[in-house]
Design a protein. Structure first.
Length: 324
């Protein structure tokens, strides 16, 4: 199916790579607008860094008519929504023309509870149009932020970030977070359909993760374990590891302690991943994770890498690793 996506402005690269990781073939990108093809549209409903998933019906300019026959797509009552993303034409005039073309019978319009919803994404000299498949509720991720959970810590990943990291792995199945903290990654992975497992070296983090998972009705298993004992304590293999080890304000970035933590982590994560498994891991940019990969003679291959600001002068790198 041809798909039209409106991504969010959360990061310059990750929204597009998240789409690719979930199986979408990208044909065109125009700012936040992405057009492509997807065989499994249901997967796209679990995106973290996008706003709209639409069936792509075409694009047209100010002086052109609709690129599709409305009668073939309107089922029951309909609504038309318009998104101005920097349209250079006469927006109000074009909106009136579009509404007249869609259906001159105003009785077919229901703005509150439509059966069919069209979105017109207006950018530059073009208008991209699609039929709604899924709209991400803007409050969905906000309601799962750390401050609204039964157990919280201020250093937790944002739910939307966690969901994107999970999707970037491109792998489904059994997921482990060996530094689970308050369980943000576990909650988002569970809601996305993964079998979730977590561990942490602190008792309160283990109990807090379990508490948060129960609150959001996510089933899974959480154990107490230091990273050095990860493979021993689990004694099984996982399809994917997604994790954000502790660093930043609570740890001295680039110290030997933090570097050793990552060295132990790479060794243990490698040992518990299935062949062709994936790992998505965050780390402080100043630490030089690429160097640690080489020094540890890691069997991981860097599939993707992103950089983002965390706070102050702390920048984080997110690595997507594939087991060789």
């Amino acid at each position: 199916m041809k798909i039209l996506i409106l991504t969010g402005g959360f990061h310059s690269k990750m929204p597009l790579e998240e789409l690719r990781a979930l199986g979408m073939k990208i044909n065109m990108k125009d700012g936040r607008i992405v057009v492509g093809e997807a065989q499994n549209v249901e997967k796209l409903k679990r995106l973290g860094y996008s706003h709209l998933v639409l069936e792509y019906l075409g694009s047209f300019c100010m002086n052109e008519r609709l690129p599709f026959d409305p009668e073939k797509y309107i089922e029951g009552k309909f609504a038309a929504r318009f998104k101005n993303l920097g349209f250079s034409g006469k927006r109000e005039k074009k909106k009136e023309e579009i509404l007249e073309e869609l259906n001159p019978n105003i009785k077919a319009v229901d703005l509150n509870n439509p059966d069919t919803t069209f979105y017109f994404l207006m950018k530059g000299e073009k208008i991209y149009v699609g039929k709604l498949i899924h709209r991400f509720d803007p409050t969905e991720f906000t309601e799962r932020k750390s401050e609204f959970k039964p157990y919280s810590r201020p250093v937790s990943l944002l739910p939307r970030e966690a969901r994107c990291w999970i999707n970037l792995s491109g792998v489904e199945g059994d997921l482990l977070d060996p530094f689970c903290g308050t369980g943000t990654i576990l909650v988002e992975a569970g809601l996305a359909g993964y079998n979730v497992y977590g561990s942490d070296s602190e008792d309160d983090m283990v109990s807090g993760s379990i508490m948060n998972m129960e609150y959001y009705e996510v089933e899974g298993e959480v154990r107490k374990s230091k990273i050095q004992n990860l493979s021993k304590n689990w004694d099984r293999a996982f399809d994917v590891v997604v994790t954000d080890p502790p660093y930043g304000r609570s740890a001295k970035v680039c110290s030997d302690k933090i570097e050793n933590l990552y060295r132990f982590s790479l060794k243990e994560i490698e040992s518990i991943l299935k062949s062709n498994g994936r790992c998505v891991i965050g780390c402080p940019r100043k630490m030089g994770f690429d160097k640690i990969l080489k020094e540890t003679d890691s069997k991981f291959k860097v599939l993707n890498k992103f950089t983002e600001r965390v706070h102050g002068d702390l920048q984080r790198e997110i690595f997507v690793l594939g087991k060789k």
